[in-house]
Write a protein that binds this ligand. Structure first.
Ligand code: CS2
Length: 500
């Protein structure tokens, strides 16, 4: 018997098992083009936009674009672009079929179709989740890499770009030619000041194409900063089988997530936008306090748990939260070292909530998923916090322990000697430095794309990293962590004594 996939025709039957779109999908217009059709987008922005469509505003269908791989497009096309969102906690699982995607395109197969969708006057927003490395920039300085192969290609081939930046600039050029207002570019990646950063990169690219285009974009375009938050682990075949057994129909690519979701966007749009604020999005004049708090508290902790946890032999985030020392270490890092660098209100409650989210046993969030692309993540997740503390003359022990954990992780094996591959655009450089015959720490800290030139010149930073790196290498992560906890407890005791 051939498998039956979810589709528009069997939607009504599925309604007993899952919430289904309650609007006429055939009437939905393509108001948003989204670059980077991964699981995160489908669990986050698409879910909010689904609620807008359900409220009756049908202008905001999403044209999803995969920039490289055919797998998502191939999975979704035979099922009328429908997919299941599974919201999981320890106690329950809720299923919702999302209908917001009106089309999915594979950029390398038909770049002209992508450009046409972006140049369509009905499209008012181009959003992106292309991950940190998709911005083709230097992570430490955020400058456009003009020698990046995709950028070189895209500057030469306006009709068939490969990169998100190439598509955005060349599509904006088409709109300018046709006298259509620019779309708003809405970055949904975990970059610092993601809107401002994207704007800088788009303008740098546009200047190389045509200066009058760059001026037009600078004057008329909009690049709101946004903070996005929802934990979305990679879908596994077990998840697929489970969803099929519940629905009684196959879904080639369901998306798994947690109940928590947050999106804070700056009110800075070039044209119309969905009334996302009616469906739970926070629209603000300045997203930076939220974005800093999220990148430093959540993502900084995530990366720390990933590297230290992998070295210790753990596989998932919730497992690290069962360790004897890690939860206390992470909680202390957030409370003592990260929170004091932030201005968002309610940081104590935020920390408690984060620890709770990390404990969710239903997510099985793989540490290796979080560990990838560390070179692109470290600056905004941990190093910015370290810089802020150094500037204020404050301690950096836990933060440096986590960074030292990353450096140790880069050697490619756990404390027990189990080897793994590195997945990072700078993998070769990182691995070479991390396995150098001598002076590994120095070789690693000299990678300016990650550390800039200020941190390697800071004695306090270099000393702390070196000390923790040595201990982790010589004693193993667990013992090094245990020693650090004891030292910090003693220090806190002395400070309390002193204060009395
Ligand atoms: C994670 C994030 O993979 C990673 O690097 O830290 O994807 C994280 O789950 C999200 O930012 C949560 O909002």
């Amino acid at each position: 018997m051939s498998k039956q996939f979810i589709n528009d025709k069997n939607l009504q039957q599925l309604a007993v098992h899952a919430a289904i779109p309650g609007y006429d999908r055939s009437q939905v217009a393509p108001g948003i083009v989204h670059l980077g059709l991964g699981a995160f987008h489908r669990a986050h922005q698409a879910a909010y936009t689904e609620a807008v469509l359900a409220s009756g505003d049908l202008r905001w269908g999403i044209v999803g674009v995969s920039l490289r791989q055919a797998d998502t497009r191939n999975a979704l096309a035979p099922q009328d672009q429908l997919y299941t969102l599974a919201i999981r906690s320890e106690q329950e699982e809720r299923l919702q079929l999302i209908g917001a995607l009106v089309k999915s395109l594979l950029a390398p197969e038909d770049p002209a179709a992508v450009l046409a969708a972006m140049a369509d006057p009905r499209c008012h927003i181009v959003s992106l989740t292309v991950t940190e490395k998709g911005y083709c920039h230097d992570p430490a300085s955020r400058a456009l890499l003009l020698d990046h192969p995709d950028i070189v290609h895209d500057l030469a081939r306006p009709d068939s770009p490969r990169s998100a930046l190439g598509f955005i600039v060349h599509a904006l050029a088409l709109r300018k030619q046709a006298d259509i207002a620019p779309f708003t570019v809405l970055s949904c990646d975990n970059l610092p000041s993601n809107g401002d950063t994207t704007r800088g990169l788009v303008l740098a690219f546009a200047e190389k194409v045509d200066i009058s285009l760059a001026v037009w974009i600078a004057e008329k375009g909009a690049f709101p900063n946004a903070m996005v938050d929802r934990i979305v682990p990679k879908t596994t075949d077990t998840d697929r089988e489970h969803i099929a057994s519940v629905l009684g129909a196959e879904d080639a690519w369901p998306v798994m997530t947690e109940a928590f979701t947050q999106w804070v966007i700056e009110d800075k749009f070039a044209g119309p936008r969905p009334a996302w604020e009616r469906v739970g999005v926070t629209i603000v004049s300045d997203a930076q306090p939220y974005e800093h708090a999220k990148l430093r508290m959540l993502n900084g902790s995530h990366s720390s748990l990933a590297y230290l946890g992998i070295l210790m032999g753990y596989a998932t985030v919730d497992q690290t939260m069962q360790d004897v020392y890690l939860p206390q270490f992470i909680s202390g890092m957030m409370a003592q070292e990260i929170a004091p660098t932030l201005s968002r209100p309610g940081l104590d409650a935020y920390r408690t909530e984060l620890l709770q989210r990390f404990r969710n046993p239903a997510l099985k969030h793989q540490l290796h998923q979080i560990a990838m692309d560390g070179s692109q993540k470290m600056p905004q997740r941990l190093l910015g916090t370290i810089r802020a503390r150094l500037a204020a003359g404050l301690g950096i022990e836990r933060l440096c322990f986590a960074v030292a954990g990353w450096l140790r992780y880069l050697a490619g094996a756990t404390d027990a000697g189990a080897a793994y591959e590195l997945s990072d655009p700078l993998a070769v450089t990182l691995k070479t430095a991390a396995t150098a015959p001598s002076d590994r720490v120095q070789a690693l800290l000299n990678i300016t794309a990650v550390f800039g030139s200020d941190l390697p010149a800071d004695r306090r930073f270099v000393e702390s990293i070196g000390r923790h790196y040595r201990r982790i290498s010589e004693l193993g992560t667990a013992t090094a962590l245990q020693q650090l906890s004891a030292e910090l407890a003693e220090l806190a005791g002395m400070e309390a004594e002193h204060a009395r």
